[in-house]
Design a protein around this ligand. Structure first.
Ligand SMILES: Cc1ncc(C[n+]2csc(CCOP(=O)(O)OP(=O)(O)O)c2C)c(N)n1
Length: 329
């Protein structure tokens, strides 16, 4: 069992991620967000546990449901609100609605696609570091869904990562559906961890609704990658507790499946309270503080200027930015 302080940190990250997602869903419904909005509801335990295993200097390619991991790795609710409201002050300078955000200087790669396009860039960063003698004990983490596991782009990158034995942790959130395609139509093996050996990856499995189990699996995988044991895969079994995006009501998910998978957040809260790691009052206070933090971030972002397509510089990174990219280490 992980130490109580780490469990409390994970709980807070999960609550904050849920609060961000709830607010984003409300903003979308109010018509304040252009484009789509994608939520990570039900995936906070796995995502947050992975995010807490990242260290400054690591490189991370989150997927669209990784609000928890992003927050654990240094993104703030203000960063989120600036991007979703298209503020000029945001990471993408108002150029992207919500998911394609990132910040090279913090090691969060700006997102290309949910379907496997981020694995090759992570491999490239790690290879460049190795060739430059700067790899140290840094790792690269790549988030993917069970649908994305079937793309050619991912396959090609995993082959290179395996052959080069790069310090990668592939975080597979098998959330039962790729849009409306059920997992039985995505793979014919018992689970996706069975694919790991074929790529030369070690594999861990975890119950994505059990935050302690997610911490255990992620800690083991990140530690192995850091000590040079080669690439690692962690496969979490969970259910997406939202539509693919807020435009999707997920009515294709049968009631039986919904009742089989719990919601990781109240489950973890109840466990922590039962074990005396958190009191009911602390839990209530954490929920209120996180809601207030998200609300303050929203008000701040609302007060800042929107991007101006007619006059703003269109490139998110100028040439001198790219030449001067500074990693945290
Ligand atoms: C090449 C390509 N095909 C289709 C899409 C549309 N698309 C985006 S996400 C997605 C489903 C992804 O499912 P999964 O990888 O299981 O992740 P989840 O959404 O369940 O988190 C699809 C079909 C796309 N973005 N790119």
């Amino acid at each position: 069992m992980s130490d109580p302080e780490l469990r409390r940190r994970l709980y807070r990250v999960m609550v904050l991620a849920r609060a961000c997602d709830d607010r984003v869903a409300a903003l979308k419904a109010q018509g304040e967000i252009a484009g789509s909005a994608f939520l990570g509801r039900g995936q906070e335990a796995f995502s947050g546990a992975a995010g807490l295993c990242l260290r400054p200097g690591d490189v991370f390619a989150p997927a669209i449901r990784d609000q928890a991991a992003r927050l654990a790795f240094g993104e703030t609710p203000l960063d989120v609100m600036r991007v979703v409201l298209g503020r000029r002050t945001g990471w993408m300078r108002g150029r992207d609605g919500n998911i394609h955000r990132g910040d090279w200087s913090r090691g969060i790669l700006p997102f290309i696609s949910h379907l496997g396009a981020m694995a090759a860039p992570v491999a490239g960063v790690l290879l460049a570091r190795r060739l430059g003698g700067r790899l140290g004990d840094t790792v690269g983490a790549i988030a993917i869904g069970e649908g994305g596991m079937n793309t050619g782009a991912l396959h090609e990158a995993l082959v290179v990562i395996g052959v080069e034995r790069l310090p990668v942790v592939l975080l597979v959130a098998d959330n039962c559906y790729a849009y409306s395609t059920p997992r039985e139509r995505s793979y014919a093996c018992r689970d996706l961890a069975e694919r790991a050996a074929g790529y030369g990856f070690a594999a861990q499995r975890c119950d994505g609704t059990d935050a302690d189990d997610c911490l255990r699996a992620c800690q083991a995988a990140f530690a192995a990658a850091r000590r040079g044991s080669g690439p690692q895969m962690v496969v979490a079994d969970l259910l997406r507790l939202a539509g693919h995006g807020t435009h999707d009501d997920a009515s294709y998910v049968p009631a039986e499946l919904r009742s089989r998978y719990g919601d990781c957040l109240p489950l973890f809260e109840r466990t922590l309270i039962r074990e005396g790691v958190l009191s009911a009052e602390e839990a209530e206070r954490t929920r209120a503080q996180c809601r207030a933090e998200v609300e303050a971030a929203l008000q701040q972002a609302r007060s800042e200027p929107a991007a101006d397509a007619a006059t703003d510089e269109w490139r998110v990174y100028s040439e001198s930015d790219l030449l001067n990219l500074r990693w945290r280490r």
